[in-house]
Design a protein around this ligand. Structure first.
Ligand code: CA2
Length: 145
């Protein structure tokens, strides 16, 4: 049976491809999701992608994932470094979540070095640009078997 996976993206990631290409690349979020969908289909998985700039909506999407998803690839954007509420949501849903970042947050400003969510995630992928999403999905699918 195909695994259903939520690909969840947080604040400002809807602007990908428009600014700061040296940090985040030139692909739009739609480009990344389209490429990831092709990879997922080739590997027996189906994706649903959600992006929100709103912390509460991200929490709602995680809660809703309990009803249909086998796991989550999640780039929480800057909420990574601020949100205990997202950490609690991830811990409460009891689904494997892979924290995913385009940039290597540890090679950037000090305030990006700490993540509130890493400790409740299955794994963390950072620094491979758009490829971080594929690596995260690959790891998640291997875990799910
Ligand atoms: O590297 C990542 O994926 C981040 O999650 C991206 C967040 C940042 O706050 C995290 O520390 C690391 C920011 C996303 C902002 O996206 C932009 C897109 C286009 C133009 C400017 C920012």
């Amino acid at each position: 049976m195909a695994h259903s996976i939520l690909v969840l993206n947080g604040p400002n990631l809807n602007l990908l491809g428009t600014r700061e290409p040296e940090v985040y690349g030139t692909d739009t979020l739609d480009d990344i999701v389209a490429e990831l969908t092709t990879f997922a289909e080739a590997n027996g998985a189906e994706l649903r992608a959600v992006q929100s700039n709103n912390e509460g909506e991200l929490i709602d999407a995680l809660h809703d994932a309990r009803n249909w998803a086998a796991g989550v690839v999640f780039n929480p954007g800057a909420f990574t470094h601020t949100s205990i509420a997202l950490r609690d949501a991830i811990a409460s849903i009891e689904l494997p979540v892979v924290e995913t970042h385009l940039s290597n947050v540890h090679a950037r400003e000090e305030f990006r070095h700490h993540s509130y969510v890493s400790g409740v995630c299955l794994g963390v992928v950072a620094g491979f640009g758009k490829h971080s999403y594929r690596v995260a999905l690959e790891g998640l699918l291997s875990h799910l078997g």
